[in-house]
Design a protein around this ligand. Structure first.
Ligand SMILES: [Zn+2]
Length: 332
């Protein structure tokens, strides 16, 4: 999300206040080519404010969220080399809105990722709230969309999900959702309103992380845990518009072993994937990019035999409610 150090409208404290009201544990601030918010990183009561930055190349393409580093890299750096440089500095990098497109509203140009030849990125932002909202915006619906911005979100595109699944058959790459919050005023006829005030943003797309140990209260230790969760793909993301997702669980049982999202499990005779969630939803278990099981209810249980990467997606009202990262089944 963005503060007024770049093109957002709020200060770090405004973001933290909105996050606390919605009950978020962490926010990640990524101003464009700017780390002035870094001294404001820290733990504010219940909210951890992590500060990284959004790297843009000279042509404004190839937006990359660099976390855990304390310098802004050269904008002339070839985008193919950017993920490697962030990694070398001990950081974690997320490809931002990788396939941003515009069918309408040509005056708001898209900023897709083009450096697919790079191999060191840690995560793809599969779902970007501002990108999707802007993509569906037309000259005709712009007046109604602004009043119900959360309803216009369907989910990540099939194309980017498929690419993500295929890349994951090679190496773990996390898939995340981002709000890309700016809370910028949008000129609408004679009025200016904020489409997504920070608070509305925060009640929509959320990325939920699993830590190996209790979340630290110390900021640096918390940030280290958070970066590791991204590296290990221990996460899922939700659109909270379709209901709270507390109580969601996905795990694999294999003999006495229990594994979770991000883990690798050896193939065997009795490997079961199980999940449960708090409200009736349509589910899909996706294997190597292919939807192998589908159904509806509050839970699922299937037997896994084939090595590869598995994840699940839940839909409500025809929209994505929750999507997990992968659990991998590896040759024993
Ligand atoms: Zn961007």
């Amino acid at each position: 999300m963005h503060t007024r150090y770049s093109d957002g409208s709020g200060a770090t404290t405004d973001l933290v206040r909105a996050a606390a009201e919605v009950g978020l544990d962490y926010i990640i601030i990524t101003d464009h080519m700017d780390l002035r918010a870094l001294p404001e990183a820290g733990t504010y009561d219940t909210v951890h404010a992590i500060v990284g930055y959004e790297h843009n190349d000279r042509d404004s393409r190839n937006h990359y969220l660099a976390l855990g580093i304390d310098q802004v890299l050269d904008p002339d750096l070839a985008p193919d080399r950017l993920p490697g440089e962030v990694k070398k500095l001990g950081g974690v990098g997320i490809v931002a809105h990788p396939e941003e497109r515009r069918a309408h509203m040509r005056e708001l140009p898209p900023y897709p990722w083009t450096a697919w030849n790079s191999t060191d990125f840690d995560a793809l932002e599969l779902w970007n709230q501002m990108s999707e909202w802007t993509e569906h915006l037309t000259r005709w619906n712009r007046y109604t969309r602004v009043w119900s911005p959360r309803k216009s979100l369907y989910g990540p595109s099939e194309r980017i999900l498929y690419l993500w699944d295929i890349l994951n058959t090679r190496r773990p790459i996390a898939g995340v959702a981002g709000v890309d919050a700016h809370a910028f005023p949008y000129p609408l006829g004679p009025f200016k309103i904020s489409i997504y005030p920070y608070k509305v943003h925060f009640r929509t797309l959320q990325t939920h992380l699993f830590f190996d140990s209790e979340p630290a209260t110390d900021h640096a230790a918390f940030q280290a845990q958070l970066l590791q969760a991204f590296r290990d793909c221990r996460l899922y993301f939700t659109n909270e518009r379709w209901g709270p997702t507390q109580g969601f669980r996905l795990w694999v049982e294999s003999g006495k072993t229990v594994a979770g999202i991000g883990d690798s499990v050896p193939t065997g005779r009795n490997v079961r994937l199980l999940a449960q969630w708090p409200a009736r939803a349509r589910y899909e278990v996706v294997y190597n990019g292919f939807p192998m099981w589908r159904g509806e209810g509050h839970e699922l249980a299937v037997n896994l035999h084939l090595p590869g990467v598995y994840r699940i997606a839940l839909h409500r009202n025809g929209r994505v409610w929750l999507m997990t990262n992968h659990i991998r089944l590896v040759d024993a």
